[in-house]
Write a protein that binds this ligand. Sequence first.
Ligand code: ADE
Length: 235
Amino acid sequence: MRIDVVTIFPAFFDILDVSLLGKARGAGLLDVRIHDLRAHTHDRHRTVDDSPYGGGAGMVMKPEPWGDALDQIVERTDAGIRPTIIFPSPAGEVFTQTTARDLSTREHLVFGCGRYEGIDERVFAYAATRGDVRLISLGDYVLNGGEVAAMAMIEAIGRLVPGVVGNPESLVEESHEDGLLEYPSFTKPATWRGYDVPEVLLSGHHGRVAQWRHEQQIERTRARRPDLLPDTDRD
Ligand code: ADE
């Protein structure tokens, strides 16, 4: 999978070199390229923002550097592949595991990280002529910009790309994969500081273990995230 990121803070993405995603990059499974938006400015101050038409607080990102950056990225990519262009935004659709699964099947993702009060709205219309545009929010809170959100999405999407996570079975029994939260996990020792591992897990009885885990999933989901359950299962 090819991933391009446009940002005024390339250093945010230095952590892509570590851990599983770093390995995946090294192995050529993820081809991630970071682009500095300021490289697409043409003035001495490398200006990327300006005051909003109509007044109001804060600054808005200018359209010209975004247009140039998108042109360059899309033109350099293989002809015939239409990228999915994602703008992280608190005003977007909410990112979920389903979104991550869907995006993990795409060949080419472009993340456009906005700062300040946002990006000139015309950039989204222009981007739609070059790819499939999605505005995606990490959740109902406001970050200072799209970088941290893009990083979280790249990790959630990247680990679903075949080969990135060594043991694909570990992706199956995770929170959100079957609409429920994950069951609790324990390892040795069986007793630690007076806390015991549940007896059923020591029984070696696979059927009972599976049933207990499923019940735990439902119990936890009901307690912590009742919104994930169908109405009939909530209480
Ligand atoms: N940029 C600022 N806040 C954000 C959020 N909650 N999700 C995605 N991008 C953002």
